[in-house]
Design a binder for this molecule. Structure first.
Ligand code: BGP
Length: 495
C-alpha cells in the first residue's frame, strides 16, 4: 500500500449549499431564488405563463412539499451544526451565500443588510472555531426575478447585477473569506433540465411559452456561457484587487471527465474525447483563458455568431482562476450510439462491466474510487492548478436504529476507498489542497428535492413529508471521519 501522505495543511472538511440547508426562505427580506420554486432540479420549475403580463409567473403546487423552504433550519442552527463539525476536527467548511438574501430581486442597487448580517455571524462563528470558510458565490441561488424579467444569463445585464453582488460580498467579507468559488457546477448548463437552476437562464420569449426553456438553441446556451465566463473573469479581477490574498476558483461537476470508452472501438474513444470536451470547455476558458479550437468548430459548424467583444476575450485571458474546485461522485462509460444522460452526480450511461460495486438503491450509482485518481491526474496534467475536491459523498436511505444512531459502514467504505485514491493522486504529483465531504449533516437533496437521500455524518430528523423534530444525531461515521482528520489520513492504513 502506498504510504499515506496528505499534506500538513490539507483542508479537511465538508460542504453544503445555502438553498439546501438554511431554510428561512422568506425571512429577513430574502427574495425568491431559482431553487425555491421546484422540488428537485430533475423537475421543471413551477412556472406558468401569464397571458396578461406576458411573463412567466410562479405557481406553487398545493400537493408539493418544498423542503428547501425550511431546509434543515441551518439559518437558526448554524452554531450547533458548526460545533459538531468542529468536533470532527474540520479545517474548512464550504457553504454558499444565497444571492437572493443579499439582493432579493437581484437588480436592486443597495444590498439587504439583514442578509449580510447573517453571513457576518456565520463566518465569524467559523473563524472563532478555527474553521476556514470556503464560499460559493452562487450555488443554484440566482434571484428568480433576474430570470423572469431579464432571462438571467441570456442577458448581458445580468453580468452587471452579478458584479454588484460580487462587489458587496467581496468587500464585506474581506479578510474573513479567502477561498471563493463563482458558480457551482456551471457546466451543468449544457443539460436542458438543469439550465434553469444550474445555468440561471430562462427563455422569456412569448412564442416559447409552452414549456420552460424548451426551445433554447445551442447559440443561446453558448451565449449564456460566454456571459458567465465574462462574469467569472471580472470576479477574479475584482477579488484580487480587493485583497491579493483572495483565491478564486471555478467549480465544476467533473465526474463527467471520468468517462471511459466502453470498448476499444476507435469511435468509443473519440466519443469519450468529445464527451469530456463538453465539460473541459469550461476549464479551457476559465483556467487557460481561451476558447479552444474544438469549440470554435462547433460555432462554425452550427453557424453560431455570438456577442463576444475583443476586450472580453482579453479580460478572460488575463483573469484566470486560482484553483479548480470540483465534485466527483462516480464514473461512466461511453458507447457509440448510446445516449449519455446525467443528473447531479454526473453522467448516467451503460453499466461498466468492470465495476461490480454499486451504492444501494434507490439512488444506486457505480462506486469507482479509481475515477477520482484518474480525474485528478487529467486535471493536473492539463491545467496545473491547485485542485480542491469540494464535493464527494454518498446519499443513502437511512433510519435511526434503537440506539438513535446509524451504522453507516457503506459510507465509511466509500470515503475510505476514495481517499486512498486521493492519496495515490497526491503521490502521482497532483497538487490537491483539500477534501470537503458533501453534506456532512443531512440536507435536502438538490437533484430529487428529498430529505430521504442522506449524505451526513450527522442525521437530521426531517422527512420527505416535511415532518420531523430537526434534532441532530451522530451516525457511526462521525467518529471515524474525526479520526481520519485527526490522524491526517493515517487511519486509512488500517485494514
Ligand atoms: C451536486 C450539487 C450539490 C449536491 C450534490 C449531490 O451536483 O452541487 O448541490 O446536492 O450534487 O446531489 P443530490 O443532492 O442530488 O444527491
Amino acid at each position: 500500500m502506498t504510504k499515506i501522505s496528505f499534506p500538513e495543511n490539507f483542508l479537511w472538511g465538508g460542504a453544503v449549499a445555502a438553498n439546501q440547508c438554511e431554510g428561512a426562505w422568506n425571512l429577513d427580506d430574502k427574495g425568491v431564488n431559482v431553487s425555491d420554486i421546484l422540488v428537485g432540479i430533475a423537475n421543471l420549475p413551477d412556472l406558468k405563463w401569464n397571458e396578461i403580463t406576458n411573463k412567466w409567473e410562479v405557481c406553487y403546487q398545493d400537493n408539493k412539499v418544498y423542503l428547501t423552504h425550511d431546509g434543515v433550519d441551518f439559518y437558526h442552527t448554524y452554531k450547533e451544526d458548526l460545533k459538531l463539525m468542529k468536533e470532527m476536527g474540520f479545517k474548512a467548511f464550504r457553504t454558499s451565500i444565497s444571492w437572493a438574501r443579499i439582493f432579493p430581486n437581484g437588480d436592486e442597487k443597495e444590498p439587504n443588510e439583514k442578509g449580510l448580517k447573517f453571513y457576518d455571524d456565520l463566518f465569524d462563528e467559523m473563524l472563532r472555531l478555527g474553521i476556514e470558510p470556503v464560499v460559493t458565490m452562487s450555488h443554484y441561488e440566482t434571484p428568480l426575478n433576474l430570470l423572469i424579467n431579464y432571462g438571467g444569463w441570456l442577458n448581458p445585464k445580468t453580468i452587471d447585477f452579478w458584479m454588484n453582488y460580487a462587489n458587496v460580498i467581496l468587500n464585506r467579507y474581506k479578510g474573513k473569506v479567502k477561498y471563493w468559488m463563482t458558480f457551482n457546477e456551471v457546466n451543468n448548463i449544457i443539460r436542458p433540465i438543469m439550465q434553469f437552476v444550474a445555468g440561471g437562464i430562462l427563455d422569456i420569449h412569448p412564442e416559447h411559452k409552452d414549456k420552460v426553456n424548451q426551445d433554447l438553441s445551442l447559440k443561446d446556451v453558448y451565449q449564456a456561457m460566454h456571459y458567465l465566463f465574462v462574469a467569472n473573469a471580472k470576479t477574479v479581477k475584482l477579488a484580487h484587487e480587493i485583497d491579493s490574498n483572495n483565491k478564486v476558483g471555478c467549480m465544476l461537476s467533473l465526474s463527467h471527465l471520468a468517462t471511459y470508452p466502453y470498448s476499444s472501438n476507435p469511435l468509443d474513444t473519440l466519443g469519450v474525447l468529445n464527451y469530456q470536451r463538453e465539460h473541459k470547455q469550461f476549464l479551457d476558458v476559465m483556467v487557460k483563458g481561451e476558447y479552444p479550437g474544438y469549440v470554435k468548430r462547433i460555432w462554425r459548424d452550427n453557424n453560431i455568431n455570438l456577442d463576444i467583444k475583443e476586450e472580453e476575450l482579453k479580460l478572460i485571458k488575463e483573469n484566470t482562476v486560482d484553483y479548480i474546485a470540483f465534485s466527483y461522485y462516480r464514473s461512466s462509460v461511453y458507447k457509440t450510439g448510446e445516449e449519455m444522460k446525467g443528473d447531479t452526480g454526473g453522467a448516467v450511461s451503460l453499466n461498466n462491466p468492470y465495476i461490480d460495486k454499486y451504492s444501494p438503491a434507490p439512488w444506486s450509482w457505480p462506486v469507482d474510487p479509481v475515477g477520482i485518481r484518474y480525474l485528478c491526474n487529467i486535471l493536473n496534467d492539463e491545467y496545473q492548478k491547485p485542485l480542491f475536491i469540494v464535493e464527494n459523498g454518498i446519499g443513502l436511505d437511512e433510519n435511526l436504529d434503537s440506539h438513535n444512531t446509524i451504522k453507516d459502514e457503506f459510507r465509511k467504505e466509500y470515503i475510505k476507498e476514495h481517499l486512498l485514491q486521493v492519496n495515490e493522486a497526491l503521490a502521482d504529483g497532483c497538487n490537491i489542497i483539500g477534501y470537503l465531504y458533501w453534506g456532512p449533516f443531512d440536507i435536502v437533496s438538490a437533484g430529487t428535492g428529498e430529505m430521504k437521500k442522506r449524505y451526513g455524518f450527522v442525521y437530521v430528523d426531517r422527512f420527505n413529508d416535511g415532518t420531523g423534530t430537526l434534532k441532530r444525531y451522530k451516525k457511526q461515521s462521525f467518529d471515524w471521519y474525526k479520526q481520519v482528520i485527526n490522524t491526517n489520513g493515517k487511519i486509512l492504513e488500517e485494514k
